[in-house]
Structures are given as C-alpha cells and as structure tokens.
Design a protein around this ligand. Structure first.
Ligand SMILES: Cc1cc2nc3c(=O)[nH]c(=O)nc-3n(C[C@H](O)[C@H](O)[C@H](O)COP(=O)(O)OP(=O)(O)OC[C@H]3O[C@@H](n4cnc5c(N)ncnc54)[C@H](O)[C@@H]3O)c2cc1C
Ligand SMILES: *[C@@H]1O[C@H](CO)[C@@H](O)[C@H](O)[C@H]1NC(C)=O
Ligand SMILES: *[C@@H]1O[C@H](CO)[C@@H](O)[C@H](O)[C@H]1NC(C)=O
Ligand SMILES: *[C@@H]1O[C@H](CO)[C@@H](O)[C@H](O)[C@H]1NC(C)=O
Ligand SMILES: *[C@@H]1O[C@H](CO)[C@@H](O)[C@H](O)[C@H]1NC(C)=O
Length: 528
C-alpha cells in the first residue's frame, strides 16, 4: 500500500518534470486557487503569494539568495513564492502543494551551500520564512521561543536588548538562518563551553506532511532528535524553537592576531593544533583563519605568502587572558594591545567580518554581508597534522589559480568531548581535534579553482578521519554524492555526514514522512 503510493508519486513527479511551460502556468494557477479556497483567510493569503507575474517576485527571491552560484538563468525558479505570516498559511501551502504534485522548499537565511532551500530539479513552491522572526525571551527561565525564520544576527541582537549577561551558542555569520544552522548541529565561538545550538534546543513546533502541527511532546523524541542536526528539511517545516540561553560575563575579550609564513606561522599553527582543543580552558576559543596575502617579506618572486589569523573569544577579562596565553601559547606573543575587552554582543560584528568597534545594529542589516559564488568542503581531524604535512599544504596553497580561498580551522574539545556520537545526528565529537572547512570564491577562473579545491581536499586525506571520511552537513557538498531515492544511493553521502546516525534518521523518516514529501538531492531517504 505504502510502496504503491510512493511509486505513484514518483511517476507523477517524472511526468510532471516533462510538462510544458504552459502546464506549469496552469498548475501554478491551480495552486493559487487552492490556496484561496482553503486558506483560513483568503484575503490575507493573497498578500503573501508571489508568482513570476508579480513585480515583487524577483526582489523576494533575491533577498536571501546567498550563493550566487545559483543566481543563473539556468537555475529552475519556484512556480510561486509564499512568505507566510501565520502558521495556518503554511498548513495550506503544504496541502495545496501536495494536491498539485509540487515540491516545497523551505528557506530561512538562504545560506545552503548547494542551494537546496531555493532551487529544485522539479516544479516547486518556495516557502520563504522571511516574516517568521518573532522572539520571545523569558528572563526568569533564561529561555526563548524563536520563530524559525530568524537570522543569527537578529536573534543575538534581540537577546542583547533584554540582557547583557545572556547569549546563545550559535554560528559566526550574522545573516545565517538559525533553523538551518541548528538543523545541521550549529557551532560557534561558544561551543567549547556550551556545545552546539542543537544541544541547547528544548522544544520545537513543526508542521508535518499532513499539515499537522506538533510539538516536542506530540512529535516524540525520535523526530525531535532528528531535526536537531539531521536536516529538518527532510522531515517537516519548523515553525518555532524553544532555546536555552546561556550565561556570559559582562566583559569578554576578543583578539585577532595575524602571522605570516615568514613570521613563523607554520610552527605557530602546529602549536595551536596541540593546544586549542585539548589544553586551553573552556572559556577560551581560538580559531585560525588562513588565506593568502602579498607581503614584502615573502621570499617568493610574486611576493605571495600565507597568512594565519588567530581569532579569539575569551569569556573573561584581558587581565586573566594574558597569563593563560603566556602559560599555554607564549609563542604567539599576545600583548594587551592586541586585545579588546567588550560585551558579548559587541564581538558579534567582528565574527561576521566587520571591523572592531562596528555597532551591533549591523547585525540587523540583511544586505551588509557581501555575496559571492562559493563552493565549500569540510573535514575533521583527530590528530595533529605533522609539520611536513602542513608545509605541503602551504606549498599547495600558494599554487592557487586565483587567490580566493579561505580555510577556517575550528577547535573542538572542551564540553564537545563529553557527547557520544549518537547524542545528536551530528556525530563529529568524541576525539575530534578540529574541523577544517575550505571555501573558494568562483568569481573568476571557475574550472581551475574547482580543480584546485579538489586537489587540496585530496591532499588532506591521510590527515583526516577515514572510513568514512566525515564532513559537516551544514557545509553541504554535492561532490560527496547526491540522490535520495534509495537507501543505497543516499548512504554514500549520508554516512559521511551522519556516520551510524544515518540509519536511525532513515527509520525516523520512514515513519514521519512516508510519502517522501519533504525531499531534496541530499535529503534523508525512505527505508527501501
Ligand atoms: C558564510 C557562512 C558562514 C557560516 N558559519 C557557520 C557557523 O559559524 N557555524 C555553523 O554551524 N554553520 C555555519 N555555516 C553553515 C550554515 O549553518 C548552513 O549553511 C545552514 O544550513 C544555513 O542555514 P540558512 O537558514 O541560512 O540556510 P537555508 O538555505 O535557508 O536553509 C538551510 C537548510 O535548512 C532548511 N530549513 C531552513 N529553514 C527551515 C524550516 N523553517 N523548516 C525546515 N527546514 C528549514 C532548508 O530547507 C535547507 O535545507 C555558515 C555558512 C555560511 C555560508
Ligand atoms: C500576485 O499575483 C497573483 C495573481 O497572479 C495574485 O493572486 C496575488 O495576490 C499577487 N500577489 C500579491 C502580493 O499582490
Ligand atoms: C543575480 O543576478 C541578477 C541578474 O544578473 C542581478 O541583477 C542580481 O543582483 C543578482 N543577485 C544578487 C543577490 O547579487
Ligand atoms: C617559532 O615557533 C616555535 C614554536 O611554536 C618556537 O619554538 C620557535 O622558537 C619560533 N621561532 C621563531 C623564529 O619565533
Ligand atoms: C545595510 O548595509 C548596506 C551595505 O553596507 C548599506 O548600503 C545600507 O545602507 C545598510 N542599511 C541600513 C538600513 O543600515
């Protein structure tokens, strides 16, 4: 019974993809008629539906289109965009999309690296959560109910308006969406002290494929586990989340110290590898961002060199940070002048790439973060890379066709070591030293740049996790394999993102979304 209806929907899907433009205009029309007919308030739904004929369709599509790799005329556009302001509108969208054999893609911050939240291979409706950004903070319990369309920056800003000693452990870049980030786990500068965003999620309200609204109690612990790291877009539409806020001191310390290869960068990096995850106290998080610059002290003819930026958030004052750094990492030569003592919220713009001192209201500005065409790859290490290995990386590094790469090294350790692989779908914790993510901008010389990032990824193979070589689902990478029609097909990439948690995700998926209504090219498959 279930199998035949699944088969049926696939055949419908295949038929649908080959229909003409005329037919897609017809089905868009039918979809809109359906919305008007079944919406609780037909007046208000007509104000949040946009087809290519509406003047606002393009601006809305563009608003959170973050990766310009998917801003081409060849990319399939949604038949309609709905920007719901009420929960019932989402229920109606799901009902009418199913009735018209349309896919639904849900977009939050729009940062998915393979664009799965706003592109599809089949006719689809874009559910853009742009208007779902209400935040309710309860200071008595230090918790917040947050609607799912909120960006990290806006959420951080709202917290700071209520309290200067509360924070939330989530990502660095302000325009990233909270639900998308948390849906893959979600790490940031507080992870060594407070773990992942997903660990600090207490409850959620969602809509399933039948349009039913469920909370943690009614969805059950399996699904609640799955949506915190196992890709909510495979299971449901998230409406809102209840989050545990965490205490931070009134004054925290920030620094970003730069060293080049000529300034002993490689040896410093080696020392960082041995220190940042397993020696530093939990109040101290030092990541390393590596890129290429031109420097007169470079011995090379082209004057290129590798630059290492040691970037830090310390939950305390400069006076206590300096002796800690002196004790564990004196080679860095950190001095008081390198450090800025400020409130937690005032460090947020710096981690988004703005200069020291930028006013936190920038966190509310959705267009302040520059957009590029980007490709990313990620890996995890459990052991320090040898000096020889590192030197090979920097050599390869200086051979980039276009100098647009950024590698971020993110230390784990601290409380991250206390979680079993199965605690959440995000399995990359016990014994993990650091995460590596390598991003390239593809503005020019795209083919050579892609080839180069693949070479670098290959070079890392002996130094990172094996069998499987793991990657972070939030750094979605289609090169790991695509396809979610069968368990076999999806296991190829699924085990890399989730290790053995993949099997549990598949079982949960088969129960909660048996028609595979919520799907994309790397969605959790049904058990078949
Ligand atoms: C510049 C940059 C910096 C980053 N920094 C960090 C970082 O510091 N830490 C970190 O952990 N990650 C980081 N990421 C990765 C980021 O967490 C993921 O790309 C994340 O998926 C983005 O979420 P989004 O809402 O912005 O994107 P979207 O593309 O809108 O969504 C991502 C996925 O979540 C789904 N989704 C979104 N909203 C909902 C909803 N309401 N219900 C169901 N499904 C939904 C989408 O359908 C899609 O599958 C960064 C990414 C970029 C581009
Ligand atoms: C967009 O156009 C459709 C008709 O094609 C209309 O029903 C809808 O109300 C329009 N949307 C807005 C926001 O005006
Ligand atoms: C996407 O491309 C269009 C057409 O080239 C351009 O007008 C638009 O600004 C681009 N979008 C973004 C977000 O840069
Ligand atoms: C480079 O750093 C290493 C350890 O990180 C240290 O032993 C060495 O003295 C440093 N060399 C210079 C020239 O600073
Ligand atoms: C947002 O940032 C952009 C780019 O920096 C700027 O042009 C714009 O004026 C800012 N908007 C607001 C409301 O501050």
């Amino acid at each position: 019974m279930a199998t035949s209806s699944i088969l049926c929907s696939f055949i419908l899907l295949i038929l649908f993809s080959s229909f003409s433009l005329q037919t897609s205009a017809d089905s868009t029309q039918r979809f809109i008629q359906c919305l008007t007919k079944y919406a609780k308030n037909s007046e208000s739904i007509s104000q949040v539906v946009f087809t290519p004929a509406n003047a606002s369709y393009n601006p809305i599509l563009q608003l959170n289109l973050q990766n310009l790799r998917f801003n081409t005329s060849g990319t399939r556009k949604p038949l309609a965009i709905v920007t719901p302001i009420e929960e019932t509108q989402i229920q109606t969208v799901i009902y009418c999309a199913r009735k018209n054999s349309m896919n639904v893609r849900t977009r939050g911050g729009g940062h998915d690296f393979e664009g799965v939240s706003y592109t599809a291979e089949v006719p689809f409706v874009l559910l853009d959560m742009i208007n779902f950004n209400r935040v309710n903070i309860d200071l008595k319990t230090s918790t917040a109910w947050v609607q799912s369309g909120i960006s990290l920056g806006e959420f951080y800003y709202r917290i700071s308006q209520k309290s200067d000693v509360l924070a939330f452990p989530a990502g660095l870049l302000s325009s990233v969406g909270l639900t998308g980030l948390l849906g893959g786990g979600g790490y940031g500068m507080l992870k060594r002290k407070y773990a992942l965003s997903a660990d600090n999620t207490l409850d959620a309200r969602i809509v399933d494929y039948n349009g039913k609204i469920l909370d943690r109690k009614s969805m059950g612990e399996d699904l609640f586990w799955a949506i915190r790291g196992g890709d909510p877009a495979s299971f449901c539409v998230v409406l809102e989340l209840k989050l545990q806020l965490v205490p931070v001191p009134k004054s925290v310390t920030y620094f970003a110290v730069q060293r080049t290869l000529e300034q002993n960068g490689s040896a410093l990096f080696q020392k960082w590898q041995a220190t940042a995850a397993n020696v530093f106290p939990r109040d101290l998080d030092v990541r390393v961002v590596v890129d290429t610059i031109t420097s007169n002290s470079s011995p090379r003819q082209d004057k290129k060199t590798v630059r290492f930026v040691f970037q830090c958030l310390y939950l305390g004052k400069i006076d206590t940070l300096l002796p800690i750094m002196q004790k564990y990492f004196p080679e860095l030569g950190l001095v008081r002048d390198d450090c800025t003592e400020t409130s937690w919220i005032k460090t947020a713009p710096m981690f988004s790439g703005f200069p020291v001192g930028t006013d936190p209201t920038i966190l509310l500005n959705k267009t302040a973060i520059p957009r590029n065409s980007v490709k990313i790859k990620s890996s995890f290490t459990t052991q320090p890379i040898s000096l020889e290995g590192l030197n090979g990386i920097w050599d390869l590094w200086l051979k980039q066709p276009v100098q647009t790469t950024l590698i971020q090294y993110t230390p784990f350790g601290g409380i991250m070591n206390e979680f079993a692989e199965s605690a959440l779908p995000f399995p990359h914790r016990p014994g993990v030293l650091y995460m590596i993510n390598m991003a390239v901008t593809l503005a020019q010389n795209e083919e050579a740049t892609l080839q180069w990032i693949n070479d670098l990824f290959k070079y890392y193979a002996p130094y990172v996790t094996k069998n499987p070589r793991t990657s972070y689902v939030n750094y979605r990478d289609a090169d790991l394999g695509i396809g979610s029609r069968t368990f076999q097909q999806a296991s190829i990439w699924g085990k890399k993102y989730y290790k053995n948690n993949f099997d549990r995700l598949v079982k949960i998926k088969s129960v909660v979304d048996p028609l595979n209504f919520f799907n994309h090219k790397q969605s959790i498959p049904l058990l078949m």
